[in-house]
Design a protein around this ligand. Structure first.
Ligand SMILES: Nc1ncnc2c1ncn2[C@@H]1O[C@H](COP(=O)(O)OP(=O)(O)OP(=O)(O)O)[C@@H](O)[C@H]1O
Length: 296
């Protein structure tokens, strides 16, 4: 398999051209949902979700526990289907397309990567080419795949650990290795489910720096990052979707959406948002003794 470049501005993920390749005309969103509902056991987990994500956009998906973030990410990653409404992933409508083929073009980082053997970081990254957990022993990586793996390992700040065994890596190192792995097939879209959860301060900052660098180096890549914590958002975040109880509170450019009023409404608590040098912090606002809600 060749190693296409995610910076390709439009059209199919290259290297897999053919009738079954997901396509998308220039200017079309990579992901679009229209009036999406997800109902399970008679309960609405998502209701009326409309979303369009274009190349170069980096979305934060924010909301409290149980808001529906993982449910939405599963739709965007072609892992599950909506009960009602339409989901188009890379120009293909879920329900009308083989989702396994589609998933091969998405970089979906699973924080619970089920690897048990002591592969090196380089070997783990290379498994991204085949989409397998263990290396395919019958297949030798092509020189361009090895080059790409080295470049991604470098971008994710893992060069010094390239020979380290997976089993000895810290959680932060594993997270960065998995992002490099997810990028091996040059996906146009990267989906990240709470990538900074459980990381110490240094590991979190290294991860966020790596994401900023990655986005800078691959301007056509789009991403969706799920989190509960505004402090875990990279500076390069461009858009945000705020979810509460399965419904959109607000969606759009990050500076319009990440406001004290809208985030307070999302979390059901007065929270004061500040942005300093591109990064966000959230603090509980003073108790509402006066009964006033924070200004938007
Ligand atoms: N298959 C299912 N059947 C019924 N309810 C479900 C199912 N899957 C998830 N839920 C419920 O849907 C709601 C949304 O879950 P989801 O995992 O999407 O939320 P989340 O925003 O990712 O939460 P968290 O931040 O805690 O991870 C939760 O109340 C959850 O219990």
């Amino acid at each position: 398999m060749s190693t296409p470049d995610p910076r390709t501005p439009s059209g199919p993920p290259t290297g897999t051209a053919g009738p079954t390749t997901p396509a998308g005309p220039a200017g079309e969103p990579l992901l679009r949902t229209r009036a999406v509902d997800v109902v399970r056991d008679g309960r609405h987990l998502l209701r009326g979700i409309d979303l369009a994500i274009h190349p170069g956009e980096h979305w934060a998906l924010l909301g409290p526990n149980g808001a529906g973030k993982s449910t939405l990410l599963a739709l965007l990653g072609a892992v599950s289907h909506p009960t009602r409404g339409e989901v188009d992933v890379l120009g293909r409508r879920l329900g009308r397309v083989d989702v396994r083929g589609l998933r091969a073009h998405l970089g979906h980082v699973n924080p619970r990567h089920p690897l048990r053997s002591p592969l090196t970081v380089r070997e783990v990254v290379l498994t991204g080419t085949t989409g397998t957990i263990e290396p395919d022993l019958h297949r030798k990586p092509a020189p361009e795949e090895l080059d790409r793996a080295e470049r991604l390992i470098d971008t994710l700040g893992m060069t010094a650990a390239a020979e380290s065994a997976w089993t000895t890596l810290s959680q932060g190192e594993r997270g960065r290795a998995l992002i490099a792995r997810a990028l091996m097939p040059s996906p146009r879209l990267l989906l990240l489910d709470e990538p900074a959860t459980g990381l110490d301060l240094t590991a979190r900052e290294l991860l966020l720096d790596s994401l900023d660098l990655l986005r800078h180096q691959h301007p056509e890549l789009a991403s969706v990052l799920v989190t509960h914590h505004l402090e875990e958002l990279p500076e390069s975040t461009t858009h945000a979707l705020l979810l509460r109880g399965g419904e959109t509170v607000a969606a759009g450019p990050v500076d319009e959406v990440m406001t004290t009023g809208l985030v307070s409404a999302t979390f059901g608590h007065p929270i004061r948002i500040t942005r300093h040098e591109g990064r966000w912090t959230a603090r509980a606002a003073a108790p509402r003794r006066s009964g006033r809600t924070p200004a938007v």
